[in-house]
Design a protein around this ligand. Structure first.
Ligand SMILES: Cc1cc2nc3c(=O)[nH]c(=O)nc-3n(C[C@H](O)[C@H](O)[C@H](O)COP(=O)(O)O)c2cc1C
Ligand SMILES: Nc1ncnc2c1ncn2[C@@H]1O[C@H](COP(=O)(O)OP(=O)(O)OP(=O)(O)O)[C@@H](O)[C@H]1O
Ligand SMILES: [Mg+2]
Length: 518
């Protein structure tokens, strides 16, 4: 079959692997479900066009196997008479509509158009109710989709994923879930198949006519008219920016206004604020202890930053997303440890992506690093470690780092597992210009110890706190029977001394001693 031959004869090993895996998933689906009970969700987009041809290849191979014959398959086998669903919408580009119909005709699809008559069309044509109607009309066990891991709704999906709770029950089959933008174009160009003409006009991902424009990164000024022209979609070098022509759902919140693309510009209360998130079931089980956040707090304190919160969360996408979402808006920087790697519990990046409302997408540059570091065999087919939050990720390179650190706007993912690694990563962060770890006025501290009881000193300290609002005053002790240690922390040494002196002078001489805290 021509597609199969084109891919196998190409020199692109990566494409061959992706192709083989996708066709395998398709063949499995054809073995698991009756052909009449599966459907293909086709919308004329590039991803579903890739899937169409993979389905043809998978169907051809599946038929060859089930007929168990060596004889040459008839030309008909090159077609795939699969039930095909298209959610037609008045907001679709006419080019998408016509491409969908023409393709369905060329490949003899059994096209089930889920459009409604005029009165209902614009009101009820959503996916969910359309699928409910479809399932009622005809049993449908599985639906092939051209979803790729980057889609916001792909988070947590596998190649076979049951439909979500609240949706009619069917299996979503996602054969190209792990394909990157580059893989999609490698396939379409290698197999020389037709695709929607919009992709040759600079569109790189297509939504509705209201939210999609050509990708500005493909723009070329066409002199002498200076009319704007666009290069074809396959020329987009960085697939992470595939959706740059789509209206972004991501809107920075008001309280994020002091952040300029993650770079803090207005320090809050005189100091920059940071927050630390540790993703660690094992810490929560009590099996291991968090050794890193204390060191990081010290480092931040040392450059005059205020750590506002340290949180340990479970290895769950939603727990991470919730914490990141809450912290990123109110802190200049958020540092995240743990949950980063190839295990199924390594969900930190998915959580970060969810918090920013973006997709996880294959990052070829990072993948290259991983391949160099770990070797091809360790990464696995899905290269899950190379899936990074799309459009917001920056790789932080430093010669001392074997693998770049990942920064998603103002969230930095630290891969350190011990203090020594943390020291190195911290030094690198301080040297990197794109990380706004601005050295601000350092904090100074003073400590007084006293054998007076907490009850005796509490009221005076409360009053002093009101008077010295720029100085932090707190109290800790090693045990219930040892003296209390009063901490004074602030940026103005003379104010700090004054506050300490005011406390001492409020009590009889000899009640307080200067204390050294190491
Ligand atoms: C056949 C089909 C099945 C879908 N099943 C689900 C589902 O189970 N759960 C869900 O949240 N969304 C489901 N969706 C909606 C998609 O996740 C997504 O919203 C849709 O493809 C539009 O993507 P966009 O929002 O990027 O345009 C389904 C869509 C289609 C076409
Ligand atoms: N209107 C629709 N009708 C049928 N299937 C759809 C529709 N919209 C989305 N889908 C399914 O969801 C998949 C993912 O949609 P998505 O928009 O991400 O990809 P695409 O349209 O194929 O390509 P592109 O990213 O270039 O727009 C499609 O490949 C298709 O299987
Ligand atoms: Mg689309």
């Amino acid at each position: 079959m021509e597609i199969d031959r084109a891919v196998r004869e190409s020199v692109d090993r990566r494409l061959q692997t992706k192709y083989q895996n996708a066709v395998y998933v398709i063949q499995r689906a054809f073995s698991l479900y009756e052909f009449e009970q599966v459907a293909f969700s086709f919308n004329g987009g590039k991803d579903s066009t890739v899937l169409l041809h993979l389905l043809r290849a998978g169907y051809y191979l599946h038929q060859g196997k089930s007929e168990c014959s060596n004889q040459h398959l008839s030309d008909n086998a090159l077609k795939c008479p699969i039930r095909t669903i298209y959610f037609e919408s008045p907001c679709a580009f006419p080019e998408i509509n016509s491409f969908t119909y023409e393709t369905a005709r060329d490949f003899d699809f059994f096209l089930v158009l889920l459009s409604y008559d005029l009165q209902l069309e614009t009101i009820h044509s959503d996916f969910k109710s359309g699928l409910e109607a479809l399932l009622k009309k005809k049993p449908t066990k599985a639906i092939f989709l051209g979803t790729r891991i980057g889609d916001p709704n792909a988070v947590g999906q596998e190649q076979f994923s049951p439909s979500s709770i609240g949706w009619p029950p069917f299996m979503r089959v996602n054969p190209i879930l792990d394909w990157s933008y580059r893989d999609v174009w490698a396939f379409l160009l290698t197999s020389k198949v037709k695709y929607c003409s919009l992709y040759d006009q600079g569109y790189t991902s297509i939504g509705s006519i209201y939210d999609t424009v050509p990708n500005a990164l493909l723009s070329v000024a066409d002199s002498p008219s200076m009319k704007e022209n666009f290069k074809p979609a396959y020329m987009l070098a960085d697939g992470r920016l595939e959706r740059a022509g789509r209206n972004k759902k991501l809107v920075l919140k008001d309280d994020n206004a002091s952040l300029n693309n993650g770079v803090a510009s207005i320090p809050l209360n005189g100091s920059f604020r940071a927050s630390i998130i540790i993703v660690g079931d094992e810490i929560l089980f009590g099996i291991t202890e968090d050794m890193l956040s204390g060191t990081l707090c010290k480092k931040l304190h040392g450059i005059g930053w205020q750590t506002t919160r340290v949180a340990v969360v479970q290895n769950e996408i939603d727990s991470v997303a919730e914490e990141v979402e809450g912290r990123k808006a109110t802190n200049d920087m958020v540092f995240l440890f743990g949950g980063f790697g190839p295990m199924n519990s390594d969900v930190s990046l998915a959580g970060v992506a969810k918090a920013f409302g973006v997709r996880l997408a294959p990052d070829e540059e990072f993948e290259e690093y991983l391949r160099h570091l770990i070797g091809q065999h360790c990464i696995g087919d899905r290269n899950e470690m190379a899936l990074l939050p799309e459009g917001i990720t920056e790789l932080l390179h430093h010669k001392k780092l074997p693998l770049p650190l990942i920064k998603c706007q103002n969230v930095v993912i630290l891969s350190a597992t011990n203090i020594c690694e943390l020291e190195t990563q911290w030094e690198c962060l301080l040297e990197l210009p794109s990380v706004p770890l601005v050295q601000s006025t350092p904090f100074t501290s003073k400590y007084l110890s006293t054998t007076l009881s907490d009850v005796e000193i509490a009221q005076t300290i409360s009053k002093l706190c009101l008077e010295f609002s720029d100085i932090y005053m707190g109290c800790h002790r090693k045990s219930r029977v040892t003296p209390s240690i009063i901490s004074f922390v602030g940026k103005d040494k003379s104010r700090l001394e004054l506050a300490a002196q005011r406390l001492s002078s409020s009590f009889p001489d000899g009640s307080f001693y200067e204390h050294r805290c190491d």
